[in-house]
Design a protein around this ligand. Structure first.
Ligand code: TQI
Ligand code: ZN
Ligand code: ZN
Length: 169
């Protein structure tokens, strides 16, 4: 079953659009941006919120970046596997990915020759759930289930994810 953060943190009532931006120093390519665009679409399809990319990092509601090790928020990344990414509850908006992972943004992660390959869209969909206010789910099929194997792709929202997010938006 889905959960929320304590005190049901959410973006304000009436929010129709949230903007997102990528850390300008990361020099991210269009493949990564396309993966996030797909991941955001999955949540906007089942809520009343639209997501729009902006180049104005400072003023964006949601800020996405890749970092390695300590990066200033007291939650250092740990190298290959372990913690893959983290995101904070509303209305913080920060979504950080561990730059040390073997991210797969294109092609079939299950066919990767690297045992440590991690599917970027799967993690993006999960972390966006946190950004919007979902905690972890006890339903194994749910995107918000707290574990995922390496070389696994899980990007389709389960009924449990949809029911949870529709309580909020
Ligand atoms: N990162 C954890 C996660 O996102 C960080 C975390 C733990 C967290 N507890 C939290 C974030 C509570 C917000 C609220 O769950 S992770 C998965 C999963 C991780 C794990 O690197 O372990 C995914 C990142 F669920 F699949 F295992 C992405 Cl998809
Ligand atoms: Zn961080
Ligand atoms: Zn999580």
């Amino acid at each position: 079953h889905y959960t929320f953060f304590s005190e049901m943190q959410r973006w304000p009532e009436g929010t129709q659009e949230l903007t997102y931006a990528f850390e300008p120093n990361n020099g991210l390519d269009d493949v990564v941006k396309g993966v996030f665009s797909n991941a955001f679409d999955r949540w906007s399809k089942v809520t009343t919120i639209k997501f729009r990319e902006t180049t104005s990092y400072e003023s964006a509601d949601l800020k996405i970046g890749f970092y390695s090790g300590s990066h200033g928020d007291g939650e250092p990344f740990d190298g290959v596997l372990g913690t893959l990414a983290h995101a904070f509850s509303p209305t913080n908006g920060m979504l950080h990915l561990d730059g040390a992972e073997d991210w797969v943004a294109i092609g079939d992660v299950t066919a990767s020759s690297l045992s440590s390959a991690v599917d970027l869209e799967s993690v993006a969909v999960h972390e966006i759930g946190h950004l919007l206010g979902l905690g972890h789910s006890s339903v194994e099929e749910a995107i918000m289930y707290p574990t995922i194997g390496a070389r696994t792709r899980k990007v389709e929202l389960a009924e449990d994810d949809i029911k949870g997010i529709q309580v909020l938006y």
